[in-house]
Design a protein around this ligand. Sequence first.
Ligand code: GLN
Length: 492
Amino acid sequence: MTDLHRLSIREMTEGLKTAQFSSRELTQHYLDRIAKIDDRVQSYVTVTAEQALAQADAADHLLKSGTAGILTGVPIAHKDIFCTQGIRTSAGSKMLDNFISPYDATVVAKTKAAGLVTLGKVNMDEFAMGSTSESSFYGATKNPWNLEHVPGGSSGGSSAVVAADLAPIATGTDTGGSIRQPASFCGLTGLKPTYGRVSRFGMIAFASSLDQGGPMARSAEDCAYLMNTIAGHDAKDSTSVEKEVDDYVANLNATSVKGLRIGIPKQYFNVQGLDADVKARVEESLKKLEDMGAALVEVDLNMTEAYVPTYYLIAPAEASSNLSRYDGVRYGYRCENPTDILDLYKRSRSEGFGAEVQRRILIGTYALSAGYYDAYYVKAQKVRRLIQQDFLKAFENVDVIAAPSAPTTAYKIGANLSPTEMYLGDIYTLAVNLAGLPAINAPVGFDANQLPVGLQLIGNYWSESQLLSIVHQYQQNTDWHTKRAAIAEENI
Ligand code: GLN
């Protein structure tokens, strides 16, 4: 079979269970595609072919003996921020170019236990700081829809692998939009769960009060399968929440779009820099949901202007603390011939971290320093609470809130946005992390240059089932999620 990569996750599981193809065949098919296509997309940092085939054989054994789980034998790619035992975990940084984790992240352990086959580790912005994946030590990943454009970031390798059919599903992480924005730029579905739903254990920390892992795939249905595997409490992550996990697949039709109240924040659609095509496609998708029976209700989110400054204070502050562990002593990059311990710290960190990471460490350290702490960090935390309250108030009147995922479609590679220009591109995604809410991106069409546009739906706490269900029903009535980039159409 030459077109195994066109199957949905459900179709893949059915094909495996009924022995239409084996996991080895499926895995080899993806490995062949990676070998043929990925030199153009550059999504993988590490391909684990040998281990993948061994996992596939083990999966085939379980499938034959009738003891397989639902996803046994299905391939997956992991963002290179999730620790993988025995396989390099770089976080896109020179600092961790030589880092081989002695343990698996909980998310990775769960996918392994479920019988998923790890194809490899995919590219990302260095330490997940960025919106283009260009800050990676390994160079820029290309957008499969147009190789001159970025796939988004920071989970740009994850969006590119799925959009180019170099993996059927991928994990991503979202601290300020890094699942939703790359999903939007590559025409995919991506879910950022409620803070605490997916374990952060073994996920290299950027900003711990904002970081959350989640699924990236073509459809809500595919995302639901992966969520069933990775969600849940983990004693190894003190911020993971002890709350029963929904069956996201079983709930795909549980929420009725008929009668659903969708909040439209008045502040969001007048944002300076909102691209006209993005606005038009998002409005068309909302019209479609209205035709399906939803009611569009205007809501007020008065704190919109505070999102970017608040996030870009809190995230760097937490990053500066988290990244202090990379000191050249215990693991990671170490400079050559240090003269003393200070020289070791200084040069290991100056040589090991890229420009954007250094900028964030400087901003964060400044914001946390004695004398400025109250004026900046404490104040930002207070504003953060107001942003959360803004949402909770809106949710008194609506079920979900709609927004674009990003004000534009994918940037050109090398566009060289200034830091502030780049930060402003995160306007629609940051508040969700500051408030700890779940949100999903769904593809809703293309701009004039054939680059994908995404709709974001933001839900109240623990509403992942509802978000997946709404997008699933939208996808039953539209076909944007089935569109493939030319490079994904290439057979090998
Ligand atoms: N673009 C945002 C930043 O650079 C978000 C990144 C993320 O979610 N990891 O911080």
